[in-house]
Ligand binder design. Structure first.
Ligand code: TGC
Ligand code: FAD
Length: 396
């Protein structure tokens, strides 16, 4: 090897260049390390195959429940009640494994469980949340429709009163966990505004169909939900909200998790590129010893550290109850874009191996194309930030 190695001594550690670990409490580090070990043992060795075969193992929700990460930031009802920062660290580690695994956890904990926890009745919480925290009951969250994605206010799914109950008709599209789910939280327009409904999968008229031919987030179930004269009792409606504020409050939670998760996907790509650059030789020396590859590595390390610091800052704001939705939008916009750049750069460092599922990089890169679109596209978040800066709403 030509040139001098700088890996020893007291210099910064490549995996935590800015010593962000030092900013974490012992408990936060413990939670982070526990999730990291789970991901290293139960996800990383297998996820390339799951991605190739477009499946997620049926036992994964139960394993994640056992790990304690499902709804971990919620209080009571079998949930761990951790800080938002600890939840974020868990999302980072899960997404370093695969965005699909973090998606499963986000949809379960931040969307389906949070909707019930925040807007449900005491009976609904007691009935659904303990099993969902344990992973024995899987949930999904149906907001998007074939003709209403960025603009959920344009939803066509309707719920009308029928005696003491409700009848729902409509379709939901691109629903994570859809065919795995025992229960769907479905948002539908009523004469009072948008409302949430808790729909058990065996309700007549309800069906879920898996969406195939995805080239992104393949280790994740994505489905279409069909509601065809679905009759529900009165106690299936979430009583707490009759406005888009209902689903959007859930999205705040999940988007916050993505701010962290994207930093995890970026870290995994950076680490793969760094390792590869030290092993792969061209023109008689490791490619990591060339100026061009070092520039890529330095930029990747910078973006990973910057994304992690931003996530930690938002986590601290959330734990202090100071985090505003537009700040979450800024975080999601910044960190997912940064992760995509890191993934694309890492893919090039790996040369031809960069297109192979033997390495994690192209899987993360393809996954991030979903992450930049779901939970509000990059455009939507730019417009939320722009609206907050100018006071002028530019969507319409
Ligand atoms: P707008 O008129 O601004 O607001 C309607 C009502 O909602 C309130 N609100 C919020 N409440 C809580 N959190 C927020 N972030 C909120 N933003 C707005 C607002 O105060 C108002 O309340 P009220 O009580 O006065 O009625 O709404 P708009 O129709 O103009 O839409 C705004 C916009 C475009 C930002 C919003 O619709 C949006 O975020 N669109 C993107 C949709 C989206 O992100 N969909 C995600 C679906 S779920 C998913 O993708 C899961 S992926 C799987 C995974 O997570 O891994
Ligand atoms: P559109 O809203 O049609 O947007 C198309 C393009 O137009 C985008 O580039 C967008 O940024 C742009 N655009 C839209 N409005 C404007 C504007 N005003 N100004 C400028 N540009 C604009 N949804 C759920 O409800 N639950 C789930 O579990 C779920 N899981 C998903 C899993 C995956 C893998 C994917 C890919 C999506 C998932 N979604 C889910 C759906 C996701 O939230 C939507 O795809 C997303 O909100 C964007 O909606 P759309 O695809 O209809 O795009």
């Amino acid at each position: 090897m030509s040139g001098k190695s700088n890996s020893g001594g007291s210099g910064p550690r490549p995996e935590d260049f800015l010593d962000i670990d030092h900013q974490l409490s012992d408990e936060e580090r413990d939670i982070r390390d526990t999730v990291r070990s789970f991901v290293d043992d139960r996800v990383v060795p297998y996820v390339g195959d799951w991605f190739e075969e477009a499946r997620i193992p049926a036992e994964l929700p139960g394993q994640l429940g056992g790990l304690g990460v499902l709804g971990m930031h919620l209080e009571g009802y079998g949930c761990a009640g951790t800080s938002a920062t600890a939840y974020g660290l868990a999302c980072l580690e899960l997404e370093a494994g695969d965005s699909g695994v973090r998606s499963l956890v986000s949809v379960q904990g931040s969307l389906a469980m949070y909707a019930i926890w925040r807007w449900g009745s005491e009976e609904q919480k007691n009935h659904w949340l303990p099993g969902m925290a344990a992973g024995t009951t899987v949930g999904c969250f149906g907001l998007t429709e074939p003709d209403a994605g960025s603009d959920p206010g344009a939803m066509r799914t309707r719920a009308r009163r029928d005696g003491s109950g409700w009848v729902l008709n409509g379709r939901k599209m691109w629903i994570t966990n859809g065919t795995l789910a025992d229960v769907a939280v479905v948002w539908a327009m009523t004469e009072d505004g948008p409302r949430g409904f808790v729909v058990p999968r065996d309700t007549p008229g309800f069906s879920a169909r898996e969406i195939h031919k995805k080239l992104s987030l393949r280790a994740s179930v994505t489905a279409e939900l069909v509601l065809d004269d679905v009759r529900l009792p009165d106690d299936a409606v979430l009583p707490g909200v009759t406005s888009l504020r209902g689903p959007l409050s859930c999205l705040n939670e999940a988007r916050y998790g993505i701010v962290w998760g994207a930093a995890g996907a970026a870290r995994a790509c950076f680490e793969a590129a760094l390792r590869y650059s030290m092993e792969r030789e061209a023109f008689g020396k490791p490619i990591g010893g060339t100026q061009l590859q070092q520039q890529k590595l330095a930029t990747m390390a910078l973006e990973v550290n910057r994304a992690t610091l931003l996530a930690l800052h938002l986590g601290r704001l959330k734990d202090a109850d100071r985090l505003r939705p537009a700040q979450i939008s800024m975080g999601k916009l910044a960190n997912v874009n940064a992760a995509l750049e890191v993934a694309r750069s890492a893919r090039q460092v790996l040369g031809a191996n960069g297109i192979s599922l033997e390495y994690p990089v192209i899987r993360h890169m393809n996954n991030l194309e979903s992450v930049v679109t779901y939970e509000g596209t990059a455009d939507v978040h730019a417009l939320v930030v722009g609206g907050a800066l100018t006071g002028i709403q530019a969507f319409r």
